[in-house]
Design a protein around this ligand. Structure first.
Ligand code: XLS
Ligand code: NI
Ligand code: NI
Length: 434
């Protein structure tokens, strides 16, 4: 056992003061026609939770894990996997996610890396079978190794591009083998540091070619995994091509890939892009592109991807309202791409972080369901747009309006009536629910 001191985490209700219990996440409780488990589809990530040791650009690792001897051996990789599945079962989380290189060591050649990865994938398959836990998504690490310092799919060197393709090909295969429901593409080094040395147009063309090749190979091997691009504006690269949800959607439409890819939104990336926490989730969802969520949170005083567990009930309420409105996350989930602070060095902290995150999204779900059922906010919004429900406004929505018909209508209607946006009232109403 990797965590002998941690019991199985149970739902104990809102009055519970036991930090190792759920107060709001009651997995089989039905909310608006689905269980809480079905709405939330929680997932644990292998990289932060099992490879993150608290190192930052200024300091060495702070955390020691007794299940990790810090070697690059296969035995050690398997020990970490044992710990991960024990944690999944104890937290009662149904899904997990990984990068090729965080579950399995990198060998001295591609063949050797793939061989080791195959052995690890067999091990993961056994663990999945034993526990019933499923794979939400796998992804390829095209950003840590020095060969990718100038990018993977947007590298100016074709050999490196091919290397990135080989890793992506392998991930599509192993994801299929493990029944993974999505494959994620996060382009941390797909972008530029200087416009002087960069042919932006060629790089974007190459990125589109890479995505096309991934889609074709997925189809070829009979995988039905949903393909997801994860936007982020910067970090590690100064400017990343997948800046935010709208940029990615525009990119997909430009290159004719809009039917093949959706987005995996990480709110900490959204706030790095200068938007509100829920903005990208909202925009992606309303345009039909929201595939999955990396449900973390940033710190407003630190300008980077701090990957914290979300503790803000208002934010989780707004996010879960959007999730309910689109009928759930379907193949996606709420993936904890989150890490504990480097000062939180005990194993127990890893559990507490996840329990807090799970409970805050569960509470957000309960709040959102009440907001939707009471229908106060949505009715006010509907009323705000009422002039588009009839007459000239309706012709705009139907696509039959012209500038001439607009001009004729405006002249007849005269000066528009002033209508309050009532923002303070909306904010007051939201606060009744949180
Ligand atoms: C980094 C990203 C990364 C992706 C997977 O900022 O969030 O962890 O989710 O490559
Ligand atoms: Ni992420
Ligand atoms: Ni991130």
């Amino acid at each position: 056992m990797s965590f002998p001191q941690i019991p199985k985490i149970e739902y104990k209700g809102p009055e519970s003061t036991d930090p190792l219990s759920y107060r709001f996440y009651n997995k089989s409780e039905i909310i608006m026609g689905k269980t809480m488990e079905e709405w939330c589809r929680f997932s644990l990530c292998s990289w932060h939770t099992f490879r993150g040791k608290g190192a930052d650009p200024f300091g060495f690792p702070t955390m020691k894990r007794h299940f990790d001897d810090e070697s690059d051996s296969m035995e050690n990789a398997k020990r970490r996997i044992d710990a991960m599945f024990e944690m999944l079962v104890k937290l009662d989380i149904g899904y997990y996610t990984f990068h090729d290189r965080d579950v399995s060591p990198e060998g001295s050649t591609l063949e050797e890396s793939n061989k080791m990865l195959d052995e690890i994938v067999d091990y993961l398959a056994e663990k999945q079978k034993e526990t019933g836990v499923k794979l939400l998504w796998a992804t390829q690490n095209l950003f840590s190794h020095p060969r990718y310092m100038n990018g993977g799919a947007t590298n100016p060197d074709a050999t490196t591009f091919a290397y990135a393709c080989t890793q992506a090909k392998k991930v599509i295969e192993i994801n299929h083998k493990l029944g993974g429901e999505n494959v994620v593409y996060w382009g941390g080094r797909e972008g530029y540091q200087s416009v002087l040395n960069t042919d932006v147009k060629r790089e974007m063309d190459h990125m589109a070619a890479f995505f096309r090749m991934c889609r074709d190979y997925r189809d070829k091997i009979g995988s039905t995994a949903q393909l997801l691009i994860e936007p982020k504006p910067r970090e590690p690269t100064k400017h990343q091509y997948d800046y935010d949800a709208q940029t990615v959607i525009g990119f997909l439409c430009t290159y004719g890939l809009q039917g093949d890819f959706k987005v995996n939104i990480e709110p900490n990336h959204t706030t790095l892009a200068g938007h509100d926490y829920e903005h990208d989730i909202l925009v992606a969802s309303k345009l039909g592109f929201l595939g999955s969520i990396d449900c973390n949170s940033g710190d407003p005083l630190l300008g980077w991807d701090t990957d914290m567990f979300c503790t803000d009930i208002k934010k989780t309420t707004l996010v879960m309202k959007i999730v309910i409105e689109q009928g759930g996350l379907h193949a996606g989930g709420l993936n904890f791409d989150c890490k504990v602070r480097r000062e939180s060095t005990e194993d127990r902290d890893l559990f507490i972080g996840h329990i807090g995150g799970i409970d805050n999204f569960a509470r957000g779900l309960r709040n959102a369901a009440k907001i939707i059922q009471d229908n106060v906010i949505d009715n006010m919004v509907k009323e705000r747009y009422a002039t588009f429900d009839e007459g000239f406004g309706k012709t705009v929505e139907e696509g039959t309006a012209t500038l001439e018909s607009a001009a004729a209508f405006a002249v007849k209607a005269g000066e528009p009536e002033q209508k309050s946006g009532r923002q303070e009232e909306y904010e007051m109403i939201l606060n009744r629910y949180v």
